[in-house]
Design a binder for this molecule. Structure first.
Ligand SMILES: *Cc1c(COP(=O)(O)O)cnc(C)c1O
Length: 361
């Protein structure tokens, strides 16, 4: 069987070129006679892999020198605890609640200090991004927290929120490297890689150096203390070596494609194919307000549960995988990350058109 068009929200599609290259190097990485999975994380061979991955990520995102890049384990969810532990000095943080991931981070932060929900879009099932131009930021907030792209609901911040001078912390798991961002607008950017970069098991944290401190909450586990990890250049203990190696290959793939300006153009074009169809269809509708739409995750519904189920079954049979919406939202969701080819979206829209015709009386 050939490869399917995989619209999974995560773990998600990876570039075929990268998978092929990894397959070629599986048994013997560049003449060293072993797989990257089998080599010491203290070897020169692996040091080169992680150094190159970091250099390429810095290059792609234009990460300034006063930011550290850490390759860690524990997924994005582990940072939900690490962030308050490392950043709460006054014991106060403000959270913008735009979906389940932001809410989970907020609930976790409450264990460690005073977490305030200063904006939310829960009133309309998270189908929009609240106005963040004049937020009620707490005077003593140690940081303001956002989930930049909401994987489940398909929204993305159209602009950087105005935090009134407070440090901005952003979970960019599902939009990282999909378009350029100005790293200096953020104190911390972090992302679990299994959405848009690599295999599950790696979380990357990009942290402004002055936020990496020794005086964290005293009970902070050594492993969750950013300083521990930064001082050891992500090699405090055994890092997720193979995952980092694949991420490195994806960074090179993105550079070869022309970098993030180019990815933005491609992603906008790709998303427009789907959104234009949804805006004109009589059967399918997008669920997100226009100004808040994600380039990466596109939820849509027919408004009829049985018809949704029929669509999901028939699309699967036609080679379009993982179009079922999140269990809390229902309907469908097409995740169209960097590695989803334009052709995949074009074919999906063709299929949707045909489905609409066949199922309209
Ligand atoms: C998937 C996802 C997470 C959770 O990631 P894990 O690595 O499974 O902990 C957090 N935030 C966002 C935005 C996500 O899409």
């Amino acid at each position: 069987m050939g490869r399917v068009y995989n619209f999974s929200a995560g773990p998600a599609v990876l570039p075929e070129e990268v998978l092929k290259e990894a397959a070629e190097e599986m048994l013997d990485y560049r003449g060293c006679g072993m797989s990257v999975m089998e080599m010491s994380h203290r070897s020169k061979m692996f040091q080169d892999i992680i150094d190159e991955a970091e250099a390429d990520l810095r290059d792609l995102m234009n990460i300034p020198d006063n930011y550290k890049v850490l390759f860690l384990q524990g997924g994005a969810s582990q940072q939900f605890s690490a962030i308050p532990m490392n950043l709460m000095k006054n014991g106060v943080a403000d959270y913008i609640i735009t979906g389940q991931w932001a809410k989970k981070a907020y609930q976790e932060a409450k264990k460690y200090g005073k977490a305030n929900a200063i904006a939310s879009s829960e009133d309309k099932t998270f189908s929009y991004i609240p106005d963040c131009s004049d937020l009620n930021v707490s005077e003593d907030a140690d940081y303001v927290y956002v989930c930049y792209n909401n994987t489940i609901y398909g929204t993305k911040f159209p602009e950087v929120p105005n935090t009134k001078g407070k440090i901005l912390v952003a979970d960019m798991s599902s939009c990282i490297l999909s378009e350029p961002v100005n790293v200096e607008d953020f104190g911390v950017i972090y992302f679990g890689v299994q959405k848009n970069v690599g295999p599950a098991g790696v979380v990357v944290c990009i942290i402004r150096e002055d936020l990496i401190r020794d005086d964290v909450m005293e009970f902070t586990p050594n492993m969750l203390k950013w300083k521990t990890q930064a001082d050891a250049n992500s090699l405090f203990n055994t890092p997720p070596c193979y995952g980092i190696y694949i991420c490195g290959k994806v960074f090179k793939w993105l550079k070869a494609k022309g970098g993030l300006e180019e990815m933005k153009k491609i992603n906008e074009k790709k998303a427009a194919i789907l959104y234009d169809f949804l805006d004109n269809s009589k059967m399918f509708k997008g669920t997100v307000e226009k100004g808040s739409r994600s380039l990466m995750n596109v939820p849509f519904v027919t408004g009829d549960k049985d018809l949704d189920a029929k669509f999901i079954a028939e699309s699967k049979a036609a080679g379009f995988e993982n179009l079922k919406g999140h269990r809390t939202v229902g309907g469908m969701r097409a995740s169209i990350y960097n590695a989803m080819p334009m052709e995949g979206v074009e074919k999906l829209v063709e299929f949707m058109k045909a489905f609409e015709e066949a199922n309209t009386k």
